[in-house]
Design a protein around this ligand. Structure first.
Ligand SMILES: [Fe+2]
Ligand SMILES: [Fe+2]
Length: 183
């Protein structure tokens, strides 16, 4: 059994290592995950969020055109939250000395979720629910990858995952509402 003293790597060693490669910022020698894979996965999550922003924005304005103002507001709220997720993921990528990929080229290939417009309100909400469910599955896998090797990225993705679960629930109840109120 490790004692409290042997639990932490020798503090002198940590201090020595911290002084090396200070150009790497938050990435220390103790960083356990594979940094390149971490940045690639985070860039895929970033692309997923961007595609979700675009889809919710399209749906916001289409719903408004269909006189479904309350639903348009819900789409707008989700779009803003997906944008916040994108920003937080991009920030984490730079902390890991990576570059956030905002290039429109290949964004759909990098994204896990799809961009499907839908014509009726029901179709739109269904596509949003599908996209949320894709994000929930793929983010859960990303969280497992980070595990204890990169707790900061794991926590970030866990917080985002919790939000996507809320979004999925919102869309599921919206499907019922659209059907009930014949919107
Ligand atoms: Fe999101
Ligand atoms: Fe979402």
């Amino acid at each position: 059994m490790p004692t409290t003293q042997s639990f932490l790597t020798d503090i002198k060693e940590i201090r020595r290592r911290a002084r090396q490669h200070i150009e790497k910022g938050a990435v220390t020698e103790g960083y356990k995950a594979d940094r390149e894979t971490a940045v690639r996965l985070l860039n895929e999550a970033l692309a997923t969020e961007i595609v979700c922003v675009l889809r919710y924005k399209r749906h916001q304005f289409m719903a408004k055109g269909l006189n479904a103002t309350a639903i348009a507001e819900e789409f707008a709220e989700h779009a803003a939250e997906e944008q916040d997720h994108a920003d937080r993921i991009a920030e984490r990528i730079t902390q890991l000395q990576g570059e956030p990929n905002f290039s429109p080229e290949g964004i759909l290939t990098r994204s896990h979720s799809e961009y499907i417009e839908g014509h009726t309100l029901t179709e739109m909400v269904k596509e949003d629910l599908v996209a949320e469910r894709i994000a929930i599955e793929s983010y859960s896998e990303i969280i497992r990858f980070f595990g204890n090797d990169d707790p900061t990225s794991r926590r970030l993705m866990e917080e985002i995952l919790a939000k996507e679960e809320e979004h999925a629930e919102d869309m599921a109840s919206l499907i019922d509402r659209v059907a009930r109120e014949h919107l």
